[in-house]
Design a protein around this ligand. Structure first.
Ligand code: ZN
Length: 314
């Protein structure tokens, strides 16, 4: 059992108040990065590129290995007591496309352009994940960009390509992307936010499914098994969509048809406290449906992260 699976489920209600409390949980990001790492070209792994950039990075916010660096953007956001970094980058982790009136341009503040010479890491706080992925990829692929900025671009990309595939990072139902929904999997289950379930609960469910097939499997090589299960047709299809806007729209569709496919119930909205609403018991088949929908998203995220890094180092 990998660390944190059950310990992480008990979430204090204070965590529900922030948006987002988590990205895919760390395990989800590490899984996606490990899937991607196995698909990098030798050149993209070699000295002049991603691996060397990361190897020289002394930032203490995460361990320095490739998978851990995929969690860096969350740690960076929260590192200064949720002060300046939080304000500057928190909205870059998602795009709140409204379920009731989907409009990605509105959700992305009309995709603001950077001023001439402005670094993507210093771009406007009112921006969204789809635009930031495009901006950071241009920087990573441009050898003329300063090494420090390219390193940040790489670390943001390693995280955001994961986040954008989490359905509740590409949607909103006037509930802070599910952070406002207090849910439990059964009448006796522990309460958590719907957002937390999609960040972490589905990854745990997928790993439990994996262990049910082979009890000796470990989380550390879960990514290898997922990568080896991919068909060339799947990989080709995911690589054919090169625009992060399309990735967000695909993620939104899953949010609409699976994550938010719930009977009517009360939940808080912006400015309200989730603890004042009853905890909603999810339908019996919800976790199974969520896991089935989340696995291809995790696979697509890994394939597309590798695609971005590989084409940045041709
Ligand atoms: Zn995030």
């Amino acid at each position: 059992m990998h660390k944190g699976i059950f310990a992480a489920i008990v979430v204090s209600t204070s965590l529900f108040l922030a948006r987002p409390a988590f990205a895919w949980g760390d395990e989800g990001h590490e899984l996606i990065a490990d899937i991607a790492y196995g698909m990098l070209t030798p050149h993209a792994k070699a000295t002049a590129n991603a691996n060397a950039m990361l190897a020289e990075d002394k930032d203490p916010l995460t361990p320095t290995d490739f998978a851990s660096r995929a969690t860096w953007a969350d740690k960076y956001r929260d590192a200064d007591d949720r002060n300046l970094h939080y304000q500057a980058t928190k909205q870059w982790h998602f795009v709140d496309i409204e379920i009731s009136a989907p409009d990605i341009n509105k959700a992305c503040f009309n995709f603001p352009a950077l001023a001439p010479g402005q670094l993507a890491s210093a771009g406007p706080e009112n921006d969204c994940i789809a635009n930031k992925i495009t901006e950071f990829e241009s920087e990573l692929a441009d050898p003329k960009v300063a090494a420090r900025e390219r390193l940040m671009a790489l670390k943001f990309l390693m995280h955001f390509v994961g986040d954008i595939h989490q359905p509740l990072h590409s949607s909103d139902d006037h509930d802070l992307g599910g952070n406002c929904e207090q849910v439990r999997l059964s009448a006796a289950g522990l309460p958590m936010s719907l957002h937390y379930f999609w960040d972490t609960g589905v990854v745990e469910a997928l790993f439990r499914n994996d262990q049910a097939i082979n009890p000796s499997d470990t989380f550390s090589n879960f990514a290898d098994r997922i990568r080896q299960s991919l068909t060339p047709a799947e990989i080709t299809a995911w690589q054919a969509d090169t625009d992060p806007k399309a990735w967000a729209q695909q993620s939104f569709t899953i949010a609409h048809t699976v994550a938010y496919n719930l009977p009517p119930h009360a939940a808080c909205t912006l400015g309200e406290k989730p603890v004042e609403y009853p905890v909603f018991v999810l339908p019996a088949d919800y976790q199974t449906a969520a896991a089935s929908a989340a696995l291809p998203q995790i696979e697509a995220a890994g394939v597309r992260l590798a695609m971005i890094i590989n084409r940045s180092f041709p």
